[in-house]
Write a protein that binds this ligand. Structure first.
Ligand SMILES: [Zn+2]
Length: 381
């Protein structure tokens, strides 16, 4: 199995580069998932081997990658002269200037479906290598995304500059920042799906959860979709979602009658806020019990979260609700009136937030600790 052997060698090399460049920065798994380059593409990319007639590829994209990687390695440029659903042909850009007749043709095999074969090859290049400049036209965002995918998978927050350094260590060309940014975006999409597609999967996810975990609560709200100030018929847009599980509702009955609420920003294209409710058991272990994705932490969103929380968690019992002093929750609690007042709900501020805010303003650590101790003393007395 020559291809398999070559593929293994390729990955040893890639991982070698990865560890050399950023051994400390990445928590790379021992056997990272391989990007789908295909055996041939991988093999051609990283050593001096030639392309040969009869090489096979599972998809046309694998064939394109193999040709691009070959040209990057050889520091030569080629152009696509024909691209159809059956054939893909590339020639050297120095055909006229330097008389280089390098040419490659990949054709779809007629009898075997979905197999592409290198059917014509006139090589190697006889032109002079262009030398390592800043960038190579074949080092496009597709090739870069395939190269950096294991790194992005291990560390999604990796910086674009780190990826640029990695690409340079592999190919000796330094890709542009924008191109590498696009490549990282592509790699993330391949790993985790498109942002829009993910949101589109929400209704399906809710159905599955409710089917396989009966009692799952999900309140999904959508809104009309506008394009150029006009409502698009039959299209709805995600607005907000509250969800909790029956296990969480049941757990609360066996925990302290305390619910802590807070919000955190999401990263990614859509900057929604995740609102979260956490409870505590008798061993002071916390359990996240209710969640909401909302546009922002404002009064309306916090009301949506609190009303659903009340409905499923503290309709009958008196509970202590702990929050920070964020204006969204405070005004939501105020506007909900008697349902969120004593004796039904006792609202308290989170001591840790108060101490942190005090320290942020006065920068006195000793006094911050005093505040914590005062609060602790009060609560344990
Ligand atoms: Zn050439």
């Amino acid at each position: 199995m020559r291809f398999l052997y070559m593929a293994e060698r390729f990955w040893t090399l890639v991982n070698g580069h990865m560890y050399n460049v950023d051994m400390v920065a990445f928590d790379v798994p021992e056997f990272p998932e391989m990007p789908n380059l295909g055996f041939n593409a991988s093999y051609v990319g990283l050593d001096d081997s030639e392309l040969w007639i009869g090489m096979q590829f599972e998809t046309i994209d694998q064939a394109k990658s193999a040709i691009k990687l070959y040209n990057i390695r050889k520091s030569v440029h080629s152009k696509v002269t024909r691209s159809t659903s059956e054939k893909y042909v590339c020639e050297c850009t120095q055909r006229k200037e330097q008389g280089c007749n390098w040419k490659v043709r990949v054709s779809k095999k007629k009898r075997k479906q979905n197999i592409w074969e290198l059917s014509v090859y006139n090589g190697p290049h006889t032109c002079c290598a262009v030398g390592h400049r800043q960038d190579h036209p074949n080092l496009d965002s597709t090739i870069i995304s395939q190269t950096v995918q294991p790194i992005v998978q291990a560390s999604p927050k990796v910086t674009v500059s780190t990826l640029m350094a990695h690409v340079k260590s592999v190919y000796q060309y330094e890709p542009e920042y924008k191109k590498t940014w696009r490549a990282k975006d592509k790699a993330l999409k391949k790993l985790h799906g498109d942002w829009d597609a993910s949101y589109n999967e929400l209704p399906g996810w809710i159905n599955i959860m409710q089917k396989y975990n009966p009692g799952t609560i999900a309140v999904l709200e959508t809104k009309p979709y506008y394009k150029n100030d006009r409502v698009v018929a039959d299209v709805r847009q995600f607005h907000r979602l509250f969800w909790t599980f029956p296990q969480c509702i049941h757990a609360f009955k066996n925990c302290k009658p305390i619910i802590q609420i807070d919000g955190t920003f999401l990263f990614g294209r859509y900057r929604h806020v995740l609102l979260l409710a956490v409870i505590q058991d008798g061993n002071r272990k916390t359990i996240p019990v209710a969640f909401a994705l909302v546009p922002r932490e404002d009064t309306d969103s916090c009301k949506f979260f609190l009303q659903n929380l009340r409905k499923h968690f503290f309709r009958h019992n008196t509970v202590c609700l702990i929050s920070d002093r964020g204006s969204g929750f405070l005004s939501a609690i105020e506007s909900l009136g008697s349902r969120f007042c004593s004796p039904k709900v006792e609202h308290r501020y989170c001591l840790r937030h108060i101490a942190a805010n005090y320290h942020g303003r006065y920068k006195k650590d000793y006094e911050r600790k005093l505040i914590l101790r005062m609060g602790m003393f009060h609560s344990s007395s």
